[in-house]
Design a binder for this molecule. Structure first.
Ligand code: SAM
Length: 257
């Protein structure tokens, strides 16, 4: 299945960060980590892999000028409807955007969809090219431990699935077994290395959801409001802890061009 087929037929990306407890937690923490690092308003933001504009929407409402680039035409058609947001079809590896023209680039999607390291390096190089000197890159990755934690907690980790889960922990090669396209999953150190190799500096890598996300999913949406504050505090406490950072479902790296 191609990327476009996956997003057109399998996944409603416009509700991904709403329909599950871990999605809601990811959304809240991503907002928190981005707002912590950028000026409160007035930034030129390029949202690469921005999908339907889930983050573009609140960034535009904060007073930033946001442009979404995404290869899925259906995503772009939704993003362009958001007030204050522009959008176009494009690829992280060849951005339709001039040099030194963005204060902030979000690369929150391409680094797990690009399974070849050369392609990820190209996407990061493109992000650097369009960023002004001193501009900030936010790069998201999926943890290699996501599958083990998710399927080990929700009861779906069968003997048969163990081999594929072991493979992703050991190599980062994810074969699509929990309802996603084949992808590359990172360790926190691997994400840092990819950004360092690309020449970025001042790199901080954060665990997004923290270790409580699988328990939130097991508790269900009806328990979300009662439990989310504790999960958020837990995530903040260990957001850069080298022993626990890989227990988040996602990482968000912040780096200076
Ligand atoms: C799981 S969604 C994440 C959307 C949003 N950025 C977020 O953080 O919730 C991944 C997105 O990356 C996009 N994507 C995949 N490959 C890409 C590429 N080579 N260049 C740009 N975007 C890509 C997909 O179309 C999809 O919209």
């Amino acid at each position: 299945m191609t990327l476009v087929e996956h997003y057109d037929t399998e996944t409603a990306e416009n509700t991904r960060l709403v329909r599950s407890p871990h999605g809601r937690l990811e959304f809240r923490r991503t907002q928190e980590l981005v707002r912590r690092a950028i000026p409160s308003t007035g930034q030129r933001v390029l949202d690469v892999g921005g999908a339907t504009g889930v983050h573009a929407r609140w960034l535009a409402a904060d007073g930033h000028s946001v442009h979404v680039v995404d290869p899925v035409a259906g995503h772009v058609a939704e993003a362009v409807e958001i007030e204050g947001v522009t959008a176009e079809v494009g690829d992280a590896r060849a951005l339709p955007w001039p040099d030194n023209s963005a204060d902030t680039v979000l690369l929150m999607g391409p680094l797990y969809h690009l399974t070849e390291s050369d392609d990820r390096a190209q996407a990061i190089a493109e992000a650097r090219r369009v960023l002004r000197p001193g501009g900030l890159l936010f790069a998201a990755a999926i943890s290699r431990y996501l599958s083990a934690l998710e399927t080990g907690t929700n009861g779906q980790l069968t003997e048969q699935l163990s081999t594929a889960v072991e493979e992703v922990i050991g190599t980062g090669r994810y074969d699509g077994h929990v309802g996603f396209v084949p992808a590359h999953f990172h360790t926190a150190d691997e994400l840092r290395d990819e950004l360092e190799t690309a020449g970025l500096s001042g790199i901080s890598v954060y665990g997004v959801e923290g270790p409580a996300w699988p328990a939130l999913d097991v508790a269900g949406l009806e328990e979300f409001d009662a439990r989310v504050d504790a999960a958020l505090r837990c995530a903040r406490l260990v957001e850069q802890d080298p022993l626990l950072i890989n227990a988040s479902a996602h990482f968000l790296a912040v780096a200076v061009n």
